[in-house]
Design a protein around this ligand. Structure first.
Ligand SMILES: Nc1nc(=O)[nH]c2c1ncn2[C@H]1C[C@H](O)[C@@H](COP(=O)(O)OP(=O)(O)O)O1
Length: 209
């Protein structure tokens, strides 16, 4: 490309520098200098977790499905007060990966801590971005199955007292989330997206007249 010629190639964008503007115990505010698709130098303010381990996901988000004999499959969600939004949220169980821990180990530990359930990991996604306009935070989405007919899952005892566990049949998830939203709760986008996907792919119920 000739000097001064415009390009719209996002692949040509580069981060040139990252300056830490402020650093707390958990989060840092960075100013990133980068080149836009036309080659022009620009700045971007960005948050970064101080717990970040280079090359690793910051955390896991777990999609736990509770299966019981003769019962509808339920998705297991957690309800808790979140200071940044100043209200109660409905989220998938989630947490930060500890140093030396795998995503699989983290998911099993966090599910137990937050819900009391013992689950089996079925699938782990690659690193996915959570809010790329705001931060470089990444998570692996971990699908887990909980056998609700196992004795250890009859009366699950969670370790975190301020978290409420909510079990919702998957075929009613979108409706139930909308009801919760009307009552002042904020639903995490990942949960809402999952609910839309479930609703849009659900097989129509057969009604026998
Ligand atoms: N952004 C944060 N600010 C805090 O003041 N404290 C934070 C932040 N992120 C995490 N934490 C603390 C709170 C917990 O004691 C630990 C672990 O959180 P974890 O359960 O792994 O993750 P969340 O479910 O997303 O809170 O870190």
């Amino acid at each position: 490309m000739e000097n001064g010629e415009m390009s719209n190639d996002a692949g040509a964008c580069r981060v040139l520098n990252k300056e830490v503007l402020s650093k707390g115990r958990w989060v840092a505010l960075n100013e990133i200098t980068y080149t836009d698709p036309s080659g022009k130098e620009r700045k971007w303010e960005s948050a970064e977790r101080t717990t970040k381990i280079s090359g690793e996901s910051d955390g896991v988000v777990i999609i736990p499905v509770l299966k019981r004999l003769l019962k509808y499959d339920c998705v297991v969600l957690v309800k808790q007060f979140r200071p940044p939004v100043g209200t109660v949220t409905i989220e998938f169980p989630a947490g930060l990966i500890d140093r030396g821990e795998s995503a699989q180990e983290c998911a099993v530990r966090e599910l137990k801590e937050e819900t009391g359930f013992t689950g089996v990991v079925k699938h782990i996604s690659p690193c996915t971005t959570i809010d790329p306009g705001l931060s470089n935070c990444t998570v692996k989405m971990v699908t887990m199955e909980i056998d609700g007919d196992l004795a250890e899952n009859y009366h699950p005892r969670k370790h975190l007292e301020f978290i409420e566990v909510v079990q919702i049949p998957i075929d009613t998830l979108l409706d139930r989330l909308n009801t919760l939203l009307n009552n002042g709760v904020i639903v995490h986008s990942i949960v809402y997206t999952y609910a839309i996907a479930c609703a849009q792919t659900a097989k129509p119920k057969i009604v026998i007249p």
